[in-house]
Design a protein around this ligand. Structure first.
Ligand code: 13P
Ligand code: SF4
Length: 304
């Protein structure tokens, strides 16, 4: 499919409206191609915080756009597809988290950025898959830690940091689809390939991997590693990103069923419409934003 006409229209309008287009690594190829920046959750929130643009067009899921709105309240943040949510983020709510906090007085709450602004607002610090171990290590030894919502990321980070975590039972339905059998089958098909997976995968899958990385960490690892072939265990969009960034190497999905339907809802038509209408706008009530900002800002300080 030829997207050149709509791409040109989007780029022209973006410069006219002083907009920056940010796209997560799982977005459709044509959406990644039209963006100013592509990246993982951490990289995109850092871009949003630093961007001098008047408007941020966020191609991803809603918690990511919300994080941009938390960090850049003076800029307009628009999301081309407001129905693009993250089912894992929906697995934790403020009421439940406050009840767990009451059971563990004094515990620090570390929340994955895959949470609503309201949950961030009752958390002590946020993390992403790129900095989770550093964030946990920043909490004084001896203090209890509640980790929410991803129990797979949490158990991997507990193992890496040597800290005990009180885990919330959330998980990513897309990464949950990747099984040990898929890895074994893929390895017989590509015996030379190294296995690189996302920490949202099940513990038995991360245990089989040569490397466990955030989406941008995967790009760095595969570029620097001496290997020429990799089996990738994460959302399927990552294969496009890796193949584009490192064309001299080969990338195969561990399974091709690991698709995040929400990430695929954003299309070029919707990006164009969002730019033209400067909507739908993502906003966070100021009292929630200020408290959520504290947790996000603390994360950025640990990982500037
Ligand atoms: P990254 O921060 O590694 O890009 O992951 C975000 C996400 O939603 C993974 O499912
Ligand atoms: Fe949420 Fe999983 Fe989709 Fe990431 S891949 S946005 S964690 S549902």
């Amino acid at each position: 499919m030829d997207y050149s006409a709509i791409e040109a229209e989007i780029r022209e309008l973006a410069s006219e409206r002083q907009a920056v287009i940010l796209a997560h690594n799982y977005q459709r190829p044509e959406v990644q191609d039209v963006a100013d920046y592509r990246g993982d959750s951490l990289g995109l929130s850092q871009r949003a915080a630093r961007s001098p643009a008047r408007m941020i067009v966020f191609c991803g899921v809603d918690f990511m756009a919300e994080t941009a709105a938390i960090l850049a309240p003076e800029r307009k943040v628009v999301i081309p597809e407001p129905r693009a949510g993250c089912p894992m983020a929906a697995m934790v709510d403020v009421e439940g988290l406050l009840a767990l906090k009451a059971e563990h007085p004094g515990a620090a709450v570390v929340s994955y950025v895959n949470t609503t602004a309201a949950v961030k607002a009752v958390s002590d610090i946020c993390c992403t898959s790129a900095n989770v171990v550093r964030v946990i290590q920043s909490i004084p030894a001896g203090r209890k830690i509640i980790f929410t919502p991803d129990c797979n990321l949490g158990s991997w980070a507990a193992k890496k940091s040597g800290r005990e975590l009180i885990l919330w039972p959330g998980f990513c339905p897309t990464h949950d689809l990747i099984t040990v059998q898929d890895v074994l089958k893929a390895k017989t098909e590509h015996p030379q390939a190294k296995v690189v997976v996302h920490p949202e995968c099940r513990p038995e899958v991360t245990a089989m991997a040569d490397a466990v990385e955030s989406t941008s960490g995967m790009i760095r690892f595969c570029r620097e590693d001496s290997g020429g072939e990799f089996l990738i265990g994460t959302e399927l969009g990552m294969i496009y990103r890796l193949s584009k960034d490192i064309p001299e190497k080969r990338f195969y999905p561990v399974t091709d069923v690991s698709v995040c339907p929400n990430m695929k809802l954003t299309t070029l038509d919707k990006v164009l419409r969002a730019l033209k209408n400067e909507s739908p706008v993502v906003s966070v009530p100021e009292d929630v934003r200020e408290r959520a900002m504290y947790a996000v800002q603390r994360m950025i300080e640990v990982n500037p």
